[in-house]
Design a protein around this ligand. Structure first.
Ligand code: ADP
Length: 603
């Protein structure tokens, strides 16, 4: 039985088996079987709520907590940097709908974890950052403790909620509140502050057991109003050129069958946002990804399902949407299915907000469509569907031509053509993706076939998620993971290849290496000895980093090399890093978001 299964099977009875932890190597705080303490109460509270894995980095004051958690049957995944542990926790939350837990030490460790917490909140991923902290008395008087910091105050603006627990008997409530805050409504990041003194606090075991809370219905369904559903359907029915946009909120909701049924029943073309790719296979005949620049300005009614009209959708206006100028409305009418009532009208008018959880909203829409079946639910006009199909087929053919080229050295297309095939033959593998060009090209070239298989830089376009997401994806799913990384992006979390080897995870990292940020051919214009700010060591042998820890390293200069190495990695499930050498002149500045550079804006 592996430790995850053991953890699942373990009764989280909170008896804490308060016998001294001879296995822990740490201090024994519990004095007798009748007593429990903060360490055990925290572990029991997590287990009681079905949490079987924690991500983190040990150190004062949580070192013993990690030992005791492992001894108690939790899977403890220790990282080399808290930020990566935090990203791992957040994506575990996205994948499982249970809050991902990240444990850190105080001040600097807490701050390292905070980026991931803020990113989780921004992306609506449920996560709990649990950090040890200094004692309140010392912090509040600013007396200069070891790693002193008012962590709660700092976390508050970046988290959906933040709590501190001072007494062992309140741990149950603290954990319950953190879980509810993380997963209910719009999911997000929660901070739980645990001062060092809390952990060894002893209390009666029976009272401790009674103080714990198994959270009932942590993410209650939210049923949309019938009038809201009807308003939305009326708008959809009247549309001449309707479009559905699926966002990562739809992927998170795990309402896959109903979402597919809604799309197929209505016959409306749909556009998946990056992390919603695969919710239906990208090869689905209604998928309009390859006609994106056509459908956005042309659509007259757009139904957003778990997607925000933020910068990734050009705020719902401007030229992308057919507006005459950068800020002008394109004339579309919007329906928005979202759990957050405050989301509507954040950028443009939402004519039909449908507020509720995606599962309930989509099934209510389906039921209402079925109810109108007698009067006939008409598919969208054929001229719209034909126009979308024509555009899509043209672009797909154009892409196929580009992918068929085999230049030397490789470029993004020829390398990603291989990745595309590998993902097609391994649809259960999880694809993690970050970079600038490496992100943009992978998103458009590599089709996804199953839900929640594509994990990427999300709402912020953050760099650094790569190895943290990969570790969590492998740990949570047991499936092979393929991480497609720009060489720059990889640098943010590269040391975690040691973690990958230590836990022997089936992760295949592919670095699309073009020697720099965006590209690798810039030179210092002064002719001085320093390299240009955007270039890295030329011909760096990243694969040796993986070899250093016992994994497989491959230097791939042709699509054939890359294909063989990826196939071997998937088959063997051994930690593998493939250094795929790309033309250093390949790549544009900032990938597809060059226009966001201030200098581009001035032009
Ligand atoms: P994308 O980047 O893929 O467009 P966003 O992160 O912008 O997606 O949007 C996700 C949206 O989904 C958020 O507005 C969030 O409130 C919503 N959401 C998240 N989970 C759920 C859920 N279970 N039910 C309904 N809406 C959800």
């Amino acid at each position: 039985m592996d430790s995850v299964t053991a953890a699942r099977n373990a009764t989280a009875s909170a008896t804490t088996q308060a016998a001294p932890d001879t296995t822990s190597g740490g201090q024994t705080n519990v004095q007798s079987p009748q007593e429990t303490d903060g360490f055990h109460l925290l572990i029991d509270a997590l287990k009681l709520n079905g949490i079987d894995t924690v991500f983190g980095l040990p150190g004062i004051p949580i070192t013993d907590l990690t030992r005791k958690a492992q001894a108690a049957g939790l899977r403890v995944i220790s990282f080399r940097h808290e930020q990566n542990a935090g990203y791992a926790a957040s994506i575990a939350g996205f994948m499982t709908q249970k809050p991902g837990i990240c444990l850190t030490v105080s001040a600097p460790g807490f701050l390292n974890g905070l980026t991931a917490l803020a990113n989780a909140t921004t992306n609506c991923f449920p996560m709990i950052l649990i950090s040890g902290s200094s004692e309140r008395e010392v912090v509040d008087l600013q007396q200069g403790d070891y790693e002193e910091m008012d962590q709660l105050a700092i976390a508050k603006p970046l988290a959906k909620a933040a709590f501190r627990v001072l007494h062992a008997e309140d741990i149950g409530v603290g954990v319950a509140r953190a879980i509810r805050a993380a997963v209910s409504g719009r999911p997000g990041g929660v901070y739980l502050d645990l001062p060092a003194k809390l952990f060894p606090q002893a209390m009666d075991a029976e009272a401790g057991r009674n103080s714990l809370i198994k959270v009932v219905d942590p993410a209650p369904r939210q049923i949309p109003g019938r009038d809201a559903v009807e308003r939305a359907l009326d708008l959809l029915k009247a549309a001449k050129r309707p479009l559905i946009i699926l966002g990562k909120g739809a992927a998170y909701a795990q309402a896959d069958a109903d979402i597919r049924a809604l799309i197929e029943k209505t016959g409306i073309p749909y556009l998946p946002m990056s992390m919603a790719k695969g919710l239906l296979p990208d090869t689905h005949p209604q998928c309009a990804s390859a006609a994106r620049s056509y459908v956005l300005p042309e659509a007259d009614v757009v139904m957003l399902i778990g997607a925000r009209l933020n910068w990734l959708l050009s705020h719902g206006k401007g030229k992308t949407w057919g507006g005459a100028s950068a800020k002008e409305w394109g004339g579309q009418r919007f329906i928005q299915l979202d759990i957050s009532p405050q989301e509507a009208d954040s950028n443009v008018r939402i004519d039909a907000p449908v507020v509720g959880d995606i599962g309930s909203c989509v099934s209510a829409m389906l039921a209402a469509i079925d109810a109108t079946a007698g009067s006939g639910w008409a598919k969208p006009p054929a001229d719209w569907l034909d126009a979308v199909a024509e555009r899509r087929n043209k672009n797909v053919a154009k892409m196929a031509e580009t992918l068929a080229k085999d230049p030397t050295p490789m470029n993004f297309h020829s390398a990603l053509n291989v990745v595309r095939d590998i993902v097609k033959s391994n649809p259960d593998a999880i694809l993690v993706n970050e970079g600038a060009n490496a992100l943009d090209f992978t998103r458009s070239i590599v089709d996804m076939y199953k839900p929640r298989k594509r994990l990427d830089v999300g709402t912020w376009g953050v760099m650094g998620i790569g190895m943290g997401f990969s570790v969590a994806a492998a740990v949570v799913s047991g499936q092979p993971v393929i991480a497609i990384e720009g060489d720059s992006a990889f640098g943010f979390s590269g040391m975690e290849v040691e973690t990958i080897c230590r836990y022997n995870l089936p992760i295949c990292v592919v670095i699309l290496n073009n020697n720099g940020v965006y590209r690798g051919d810039e030179v210092n214009p002064t002719g001085g000895r320093d390299p240009a700010p955007l270039v890295f060591v030329k011909d760096a042998r990243y694969e040796k980093l993986m070899e250093a820890f016992g994994g497989v390293g491959v230097h791939a200069t042709t699509p054939g090399d890359l294909r063989k190495a990826m196939e071997d990695a998937i088959r063997s499930r051994r930690p593998t890093l493939i250094n795929a050498i790309i033309d250093e002149k390949a790549g544009t500045e900032s990938g597809r978001i060059t226009s966001l550079n201030p200098s581009a804006k001035k032009k």
